[in-house]
Design a protein around this ligand. Structure first.
Ligand code: UD1
Ligand code: MG
Length: 450
């Protein structure tokens, strides 16, 4: 598309219906603030400039947006006088004669690049104002699209709608594409003579119609324009996003045994032929390579699971965990900032933190890397083909060489050389027949509380 485009994202609203100390657009779905979802989709729609109108929590909103867009520009709306008033805060950019102006709300996180491109295509085909609408059985709260003879005439907000208008099920999705020639003047003509005494962006429709502009509405699925105003809608948007992600992954070759029970982050990357069992949680920044299996009830965050590796059930991978090819991390194991080498096994009840474990090493049940002394974190380095006996405490900083063997129940505080055996525990001593003597002695003692 050769047309120039300005996108204005409105994110200054109070968000009172969220009943939250956090600005509405910073509430998250899939681990990413609502407004950042919008910014990411808008960026891919071939826009030249992005204006973000901020108000409540301006600093926090701006810094969240900067994490996903280096080129967004910020405009502050000091008084929250409505969506048209908010869009006009970007006046300086509206004056620049863009071919297309997109106005998108920061609280519609499921908007898709394809819908934005479609609206721009309508402009290219001759429309002056394009409204993205949707059909719903439950239109309460949304602006209703009033059509006459198949043409869009006006948008009426819930609070201003008559009983008959409230029955209309074709609603405003909150995304508009406007011919850049008219955008500024249309917005400047909006008045606030309505129930909320606000300057409604939606009024540019009737203003445009009165001026003889070509105004049109296109219908897109509700799933793409759900607006988040309450925590109920936040949960609905999250569920829709998760369903979309799960479908996308399955179509790309990932097996999800119970897709509706798995939680993904916006950036979760999973290769084909990975199998994911029920009730798995992916926090931010997780990558799973082909053929790996994630068993039920595992919790992963900031981790890389390489090809054919196996995680869980009930495993926790924390940031910095790297589980190399064909390695295994089993039930009730926690891995933090640690590399588990190719083919190594950490199968039961273990904590490995700030560590490197070499290829094909076996870590016995209940092994703990004691990485923290109350002040600093220290590293444990274990070589290849080593064997750590069950219930060992490895007190870092400590090194265990290739092929070394640590006896079960050891507390290891010093380096174990390659191929050495370390016993870090008291030796067992047996007293033949002594049990009978003990029993006699204990039975003759009378405990005064007993
Ligand atoms: C708005 C639309 C409605 C549409 C719905 C879709 C208007 C008047 N109404 O209603 O037709 O069906 O979205 O979700 O446009 N904002 C500002 N400054 C303001 C007011 C709002 O930046 O002064 C921002 C908010 O942060 C939000 C967006 O604009 O991201 C929409 O505002 P909101 O109050 O949620 O409008 P709705 O009542 O949902
Ligand atoms: Mg809204």
């Amino acid at each position: 598309m050769n047309r120039s485009c300005l996108a204005i994202i409105l994110a200054a609203g109070e968000g009172t219906r969220m009943k939250s100390a956090l600005p509405k657009v910073l509430h998250k779905i899939a681990g990413l603030p609502l407004v950042c979802h919008v910014v990411r989709q808008v960026q891919s729609a071939g826009v030249d400039e992005i204006a973000i109108v901020v108000g409540r929590g301006a600093d926090e909103v701006s810094s969240a947006v900067k994490n996903v867009s280096a080129r967004a520009q910020f405009f502050t709306q000091n008084l929250r006088l409505g969506t048209a008033h908010a869009a006009l805060e970007a006046r300086e950019l509206l004056k620049k004669d863009y071919d297309d102006v997109l106005v998108v709300f920061g609280d519609t996180p499921l908007v898709q690049t394809a819908s934005l491109k479609r609206a721009r295509q309508e402009l290219e085909d001759g429309a002056d104002i394009v409204v993205l609408g949707f059909e719903t059985e439950n239109p309460t709260g949304y602006g209703r699209l009033i059509q006459e003879g198949g043409k869009l005439k006006a948008i009426v907000e819930e609070k201003d709608a008559t009983a008959d208008q409230k029955k209309i099920k074709f609603c405003n999705g909150g995304i508009m594409a406007i011919n850049g020639k008219y955008a500024l003047s249309l917005l400047e003509q909006v008045k606030n003579d309505n129930a909320k005494k606000e300057y409604y962006l939606t009024d540019i429709v009737s203003i445009g119609v009165a001026q003889g502009l070509d105004v049109t509405a296109i219908s897109i699925p509700f799933e793409n324009v759900i607006g988040v105003n309450t925590r109920v809608e936040l949960a609905q948007a999250e569920a829709l996003w998760q369903k979309r992600k799960a479908d996308e992954l399955m179509l790309s070759g990932v097996t999800l045994l119970r897709p509706e029970t798995v939680y993904f982050s916006y950036d979760t990357e999973i290769a084909n032929d990975v199998v994911i069992e029920p009730n798995v949680y992916f926090g931010q920044n997780v990558k799973v390579e082909t053929g790996a299996v994630i068993h039920a009830f595992s919790h992963l965050e900031g981790a890389i699971v390489e090809a054919q590796a196996e995680i869980g059930p009930f495993a926790r991978l924390r940031p910095g965990a790297i589980v190399e090819n064909s390695a295994k991390v089993g039930n009730f194991c926690e891995i933090k900032k640690a590399k588990i080498g190719e083919g190594a096994k950490v199968n039961h009840l273990t904590y490995i933190g700030d560590a490197e474990i070499g290829r094909h090493t076996n870590i016995g049940a209940g092994t703990i890397t004691c990485n923290y002394d109350g002040f600093n974190k220290w590293k444990t380095i274990i070589g290849e083909n080593a064997f750590i006996g069950s219930n060992s405490a490895l007190v870092a900083p400590v090194e265990i060489g290739d092929g070394a063997y640590v006896a079960s129940g050891s507390v290891i505080t010093d380096k174990v050389p390659a191929n050495g055996v370390a016993f870090g525990r008291a030796r067992q001593s047996n007293k033949e027949g002594y049990a009978a003597t003990l029993r006699e002695r204990f039975s003759s003692i009378k405990n005064k509380d007993g």
